[in-house]
Design a protein around this ligand. Structure first.
Ligand code: NAD
Length: 333
């Protein structure tokens, strides 16, 4: 059996990545859509053979509770809207996948976790890289200390953002700038190659080269984590320039992915030679992986749950606090 997924929000990621990936999945299928833009409905219905009964808008969304075709609701809206739609999906009795960052405050994340627990439904975050073979290999190289203990990590993710009117540049909708959007990949990278939780953070905002465009959010920033083993990481995120690299210097060698966080193919090498792994569709692997566990009645692995999303959102908040105060922030695990 394939689980039926309803996508909420039919923007860039749903249209160009998730819906095409759902044509390749084994454990799930695109069964429904939820959109605030009526003009999109006809095209989606025809292209993906979606019956009218499985089409909702933001007002009718709660009626999805009565729809047996839909097992999982996948929330792909601007960051500030994740909380409301995850809570409503859980209340409608559906499992939920929510895009990253999970929400814009730790409190919102906690509300989402609580709502899913109360409804006895599972919550996954859109951490697609946890199902991606090159990423899984660098997790292994770091966590199993294949090149000795990891001493230093450089993890950075940034791109040149376009449209000055997009929600990503509005603090109320995005929660912040590139840190909220792609910086979270750099945080994850440092965490998954060390296999540790950071104990302190320092951070700095880069000067703004376009203060008009970036009047509400940072244009670029830098931060440093310290880990319990003594490992350090240094990271950059930016909406002004492209950067995409995860590098780990270990006691007896090094390994890196570059590109490290995009849709692939990712590319990796180590001090002993290239990393060879199969190239997969990230979105199909992620949704199939999540849905396999749901079909088998298993708990989702810790590293893609709401608790993991909350952990990262707390770190996002601490990084901003460190940059705003200029102080080193001690982190509670
Ligand atoms: P987008 O702007 O292309 O799409 C957002 C959708 O939300 C649009 O369909 C828009 O109509 C709808 N929307 C509803 N209310 C809105 C409002 N008030 N303002 C703006 N849009 C509104 O964004 P996207 O790139 O698809 O990102 C959506 C989510 O997916 C974000 O949380 C983002 O971080 C995440 N994302 C994740 C990945 C990944 O690789 N995991 C990649 C891209 C985006």
């Amino acid at each position: 059996r394939k689980l039926g997924i309803a996508l909420v929000g039919l923007g860039y990621y749903s249209k160009n990545l998730l819906a095409p990936a759902l044509q390749q999945t084994q454990n799930c299928r695109l069964a429904g859509i939820v959109t605030g833009t009526p003009s999109k409905v006809e095209e989606w219905k025809q292209k993906y053979n979606i019956p009218q009964a499985n089409v909702y808008d933001y007002k009718t969304f709660d009626r999805i509770a009565d729809n047996k075709d839909i097992d999982v609701v996948y929330v792909v809206l601007p960051n500030s809207m994740h909380e409301e739609f995850v809570v409503r999906a859980a209340q409608a009795g559906k499992h939920v996948i929510c895009e990253k960052p999970m929400a814009i405050t730790p409190k919102a994340c906690q509300n989402m976790i609580d709502a899913c627990k109360k409804a006895n439904k599972q919550l996954a975050i859109g951490y697609r890289l946890h199902y991606e073979p090159f990423t899984k290999e660098v997790m292994r190289l770091g966590q199993e200390k294949v090149f000795g203990p990891v001493k230093f990590v450089e993890s950075s993710d940034g791109f040149r953002s376009g449209d000055p009117n997009q929600w990503r540049l509005k603090k109320s909708m995005a929660g912040g700038g590139p840190l909220m959007d792609v910086g979270i990949y750099a945080i994850q990278g440092a965490r998954y190659v060390t296999g540790e939780e950071p104990i302190s953070v320092t951070a700095q905002f880069a000067p703004k080269t376009d203060p008009q465009k970036f009047k509400d959010v940072e244009e670029a920033m830098f931060w440093q984590f310290q880990f319990p083993s003594g490992a350090m990481s240094n990271s950059t995120t930016s909406y002004a320039a492209g950067v995409e690299r995860l590098y780990a210097s270990c006691e007896k060698g090094w390994f890196e992915l570059a590109p490290a966080f995009g849709y692939g193919p990712l590319k990796g090498r180590t001090s002993k030679g290239p990393i060879e792994q199969p190239v997969v569709n990230h979105q199909a692997a992620h949704m199939d992986g999540v849905c396999k566990d749901l079909l088998d009645g298993k708990n989702l692995p810790d590293h893609i749950t709401g608790e993991e999303g909350l952990r990262d959102v707390k770190l996002l908040e601490a990084i901003y606090q460190a940059a705003e105060t200029g102080r080193k922030i001690q982190l509670k695990s």
